[in-house]
Design a binder for this molecule. Structure first.
Ligand code: DMJ
Length: 628
């Protein structure tokens, strides 16, 4: 006898029985009943499991659908910007085996030694070029989107015909003593760049080498118009020849859209404007085309970075957002490029951004947050407001675009006026003990008495607005802020401003108005204070502004000048004995700081008059259209 079978264990699984012999009845009623019966036979655990799996399937399905829809929208957006003509990049080539990586340009290649250009007076002692080619490496074949940075955007029907080559602009009178001081400083800086960093992005004056950021001769391009304005003809000609013979954008390199627009595009456009040499315009157009893929995003808010060889664009590595100041401070350059070339795509892409931001919610009395999503086109990290890093030139370009376009685009003026009211309402305070007016920051309703040196562009911009007919009360604020920016320099042992200042809000015995944290006490040779001094002098003709600028130039000479050539940013503005050079000369020292100093010391208000020119945020003068 067999023992009786044990009781059946509880069923923790789903069993499916295929009863092939059963009569097949395909009626809907039978199927419904059968399914229902099977469902009832399942244990509670099995039913819950099945429901859970079904829910997961629904969620995944929904996500996949949303993702597909997003990609479809992005494709349509890209389609609208896609140029009509065929790509003009050469076919892919093999990467040069000598290069450390075929994918990315290497930075700081200290092992490479380079020489000054042939034929100049600085050749003895110059290092010999290792002559490693770093040009076209290829685009990345199948890995990348097949959109090349050099595709030709279509010329919009009815685009204006090309304007005639501009008339050259130079100073007729001999330079003043102080202007000669600026020329000497420029030549000293140029000597270092020419000897140790020729054709490279930045000079490292202490180590007598160079650093690369984009690998596009950044300092040389940024300095072109300064040489023209300072009357340094042979230096300009030599640099011009480098642009004509050596500068190529056929490179697999990523550039930051904003930085390369204001420095390279702006530098080339103003060099063209001043000299009338078409090589600069043709380089500018080539470069501008390679930047356009950055605008191919779902929202048309551009990505921060774009590869000028492959046409691949992307957000920064640490976020999917772009910086508000960056996406709103490229319009002067793209609009001018459109005017000169007749290619409307440049203007349309850049203006779509400012129009979008004009109508965007999330501002506080005209003040904008610092970040914006390229995906949704909405501000992110809301309720944080500053006039410093990441927001600064948004305000500057509202005013300057309005001026550039002949004061017709009232939306820009309205946004600017509203924003200045917003600054007054939310960000202005006075410090103790000297009652300096400063611009602080607001984070979620909490005021911070912190002001970046970058904010020192504001007195100059306010004065520029007043010159163009904006309210006189803006000038009152400009005068007060100029005083503050000067004090940010004067109160330091070196006479040079720290990167960030904190202001005393309450009287404290023995405390000055300006306090500096150890992490903020560096100086990068930035231009903002002297930029504003230039505007203030043009508008008021008060010589104290020239004197203040002269003091600052002396401080640069005393604490940042490197004997073998060049100037270096420093680590500690509070230690005149040991300012600690950081071994880097930023390109804007030549592009902006020295140019504004030279113009500050000029008595000729007609030299790059504020009525005929507008300076981009890298100090490159562009014509005001009504006067072009
Ligand atoms: C420059 O590149 C420009 O002036 C920009 O607007 C801000 N940063 C530097 C100078 O400080």
């Amino acid at each position: 006898m067999y023992p009786p079978p044990p009781p059946a264990p509880p069923r923790d699984f789903i069993s499916v029985t295929l009863s092939l012999g059963d009569r097949y009845d395909n009626s809907k009623g039978w199927r419904r009943r059968s399914c229902w019966r099977k469902w009832k036979q399942l244990s509670r655990l099995q039913r819950n499991l099945a429901l859970f799996l079904a829910a997961i399937l629904v969620v995944f399905g929904l996500l996949a659908y949303l993702n597909l829809a997003e990609q479809w929208r992005a494709l349509q957006a890209a389609e609208q910007l896609r140029p009509a003509h065929a790509p003009v990049l050469p076919p892919p080539q093999k990467a040069n085996a000598d290069l450390p990586s075929p994918q990315r340009p290497h930075r700081d290649p200290h092992y490479l030694q380079i020489g000054a250009p042939q034929g100049g007076q600085e050749r003895e002692g110059a290092l010999v070029s290792a002559d490693v080619p770093r040009t076209v490496i290829s685009w990345r074949g199948a890995v990348i989107e097949p959109e090349q940075g050099t595709e030709l955007p279509s010329r919009a029907a009815g685009a204006p015909s090309k304007p005639p080559a501009p008339r050259p602009v130079v100073q007729d009178t001999a330079p003043s003593e102080r202007q000669k001081g600026v020329i000497a400083a420029f030549l000293h800086a140029w000597k270092g760049y020419r000897r140790f960093a020729w054709g490279r992005d930045e000079l490292k004056p202490v180590s007598r080498s160079f650093s690369e950021w984009f690998g596009l001769g950044l300092t040389l391009i940024d300095a072109l118009d300064t040489m023209w304005i300072l009357g340094l003809k042979s230096e300009f000609q030599e640099a011009r020849n480098w642009v004509a013979e050596k500068l190529t954008f056929d490179k697999d390199v990523e550039v930051n859209l904003f930085e390369s627009t204001i420095r390279i595009l702006g530098g080339l456009l103003s060099a063209y404007h001043l000299s009338g040499d078409r090589i600069f315009l043709s380089k500018a157009e080539d470069f501008g085309r390679r930047l356009l893929p950055a605008f191919r995003t779902p929202s048309k808010i551009p990505y921060s970075d774009v590869n000028i060889g492959t046409g691949m664009a992307r957000p920064p590595r640490w976020t999917s957002d772009s910086t508000v100041a960056e996406v709103t401070s490229i319009q002067l350059e793209f609009r001018e490029l459109s005017r000169l070339t007749g290619v409307q795509t440049f203007r349309e892409a850049a203006e779509a951004v400012s129009r979008h931001i004009h109508s965007l919610a999330g501002k506080k009395d005209g003040l904008v947050p610092m970040f914006i999503s390229t995906h949704s086109g909405l501000f992110t990290h809301p309720n944080v407001f500053t006039l410093g890093a990441r927001a600064d030139s948004y305000y500057e370009y509202l005013l300057k675009q309005w001026i550039q376009g002949g004061k017709k685009e009232t939306r820009l003026l309205e946004d600017y006026l509203t924003a200045i009211q917003g600054v007054k309402k939310h960000l202005l305070r006075r410090s103790e003990p000297s009652k300096l007016t400063f611009v602080g920051e607001l984070a979620h309703g909490h005021f911070s008495a912190k002001m970046d040196h970058l904010v020192c562009f504001l007195p100059g911009t306010l004065a520029l607005g007043v010159h163009h007919g904006l309210p006189a009360e803006h000038m009152e604020l400009a005068l007060l802020l100029m005083e503050t920016c000067y004090e940010m320099n004067r109160q330091m042992q070196t006479g040079l401003s720290p990167e960030i200042a904190h202001f005393n809000l309450y009287p404290k015995a023995g405390y000055q108005d300006v306090q500096v944290k150890p992490s903020d006490r560096h100086n990068l040779l930035r231009p903002e204070t002297v930029e504003s001094l230039f505007y203030l002098y043009r508008v008021t003709r008060d010589r104290k502004y020239q004197d203040w600028g002269w003091e600052i130039l002396q401080s640069f000479n005393k604490h940042t000048r490197v004997p073998s050539g060049g100037y270096s940013s420093i680590n500690n503005v509070q230690d005149a004995q040991r300012p600690q050079p950081r071994d880097k000369m930023e390109s804007f020292f030549l592009g902006e700081t020295l140019k504004y100093l030279y113009l500050l010391f000029s008595e000729d208000a007609g030299l790059l008059s504020l009525d005929t020119h507008v300076f981009n945020t890298e100090a490159h003068p562009l014509p005001i259209w009504s006067s072009a």
